[in-house]
Design a protein around this ligand. Sequence first.
Ligand code: NAP
Length: 263
Amino acid sequence: MTVKVGVFGAAGRMGGTVCEAVLRDPDTELVAAVDPHHEGLDVRTVTGVDAPGLVVGGSFEAMTDAGVEVVVDFTGASAARENLRWCAANGVHAVVGTTGLTEADNDEFRAAFTKSNCVIAPNFAIGAVLMIRLSEIVAPYFESVEVIELHHENKTDAPSGTAMLTVERIAAASSDWLPDPTTTEVLPGARGAKGPADIPVHSIRLKGLVAHQEVMFGTTGQSLVIRHDSYDRSSFMPGVLLAVKRVAHRPGLTLGLDALLDL
Ligand code: NAP
């Protein structure tokens, strides 16, 4: 049996790629594509794949009418909040890649998803998930750490969800970090933003990039750099499709792709 999938943000960079991946996977069926400001667009023009008769819808009704079982959301944080409230209220499973959601949002969704399930992952690339896991293992052996995340020029939230999750997990693995020696910040912000355990996070936005991150560890006489690069949005698709196929079996809210990979 195929999974009936609807995509929020279907005309966007990630949403369009998800539509294409869903169309190409024999176990999933793209039944609805929603993106309010792009209503009426032929899905073929966003995906390059034949999707006979499927046009981008402008409202939740397009999801309801198509009988979606799983919704994928790659929009923006405020749109995702509304979309997820709708999913929870209507018993539709949700797979969410949208970043910028907060702990308070997670608490709300944990309480709201009782009739259906929700998987939220700030990064669906397996390499990024492993980067975070490896950072956790390395953390107790080093005294300094800084995170540098690099993204394309259109990303509107900073730091990235992946960077936030990385510092949270590093801080949970070790709180024993050298203090920042800076006494004079000539340009405010030069030392980055401070995340949990005061770990500095630096966000770079550059045309030509997709999604990249370095976690730099230092201790006496040595450093260790863990770097992950997503060169293409296709890097996220195996993770998204895995979540689409497994979300029905993960009661309530699941945070992070790790849980689906048994890392
Ligand atoms: P994008 O190209 O701007 O696409 C977002 C799309 O959502 C746009 O077409 C936007 O419409 C549409 N949208 C806005 N409100 C909507 C609503 N209420 N319902 C349905 N669609 C709506 O952005 P992107 O690069 O695809 O990124 C989207 C999100 O995914 C970001 O939060 C990004 O950080 C995240 N992301 C996550 C991962 C991951 O692995 N988890 C990977 C990459 C990106 P307009 O054009 O009218 O604004």
